[in-house]
Design a protein around this ligand. Sequence first.
Ligand code: GLP
Length: 247
Amino acid sequence: MRIIEAKNYDDMSKKAAEIIAAEVTLNPTCTLGLATGSTPVGTYQNLIKKYENGDLDFSQVHSVNLDEYKGLSGEHDQSYRYFMNTNFFNHVNIDKANTSVPNGLSEDAKEECAAYQALLERIGGADLQLLGIGGNGHIGFNEPSNEFKKGVHCVQLAESTIKANARFFETEEDVPKYAYTMGIGNIMNAKMILLLASGESKAQAVCDSFFGSITPQVQASILQLHPNVIVIADSDALSIAKEKGVF
Ligand code: GLP
């Protein structure tokens, strides 16, 4: 695992975009595993700039997203499909038919999980998986638990996650209580993982995940076992690890 310290959010976003751009340049038909949340927004903006400058071509790129809220349609402005369209896909030349996000409106949760799992198996793992991290160490929507779930599943969101994500909804009651997410096995299948963390609110999760023991109570800690992980964290996100003298 390589841990790169960025000065701040902008620096983190630029560095992350450089790495993704290198992947797309080296492998124009790559599959990108993509993430939502406020953390990767700057990375997507930098990638859009590179595309607009004529330096990147997404025409043959495929993408698979980590997760989606159960119960939200792709047109809902807080769905992750809507997030991806508005923050990234609408601004580059990726073919939307080649982009996948779980369907939040599926009638049957089990069927949706099986269908997304089958899609991921067909693809055989992302070439590069982009990740943010929750304040409790979650990745995708793999919440603290007594186990690492392998495949795609429907998860009940932790109270802390609902509270953290309430800022995007009118009221806390509007935040969906369930979500579809890639499992840890799906994420670990990626050839390369790029995890981003910015701000003091992530400092404890960063310290526990990358400098502590591997435990399902801190789901991101499993990444210590992946052979090709890059973490780009800004100074604030590394502050607790630094205080403790482990970074
Ligand atoms: C959300 C998403 C995660 C994301 C995390 C952090 O709940 N499911 O994929 O990494 O929370 O979000 P943010 O980047 O907004 O802090």
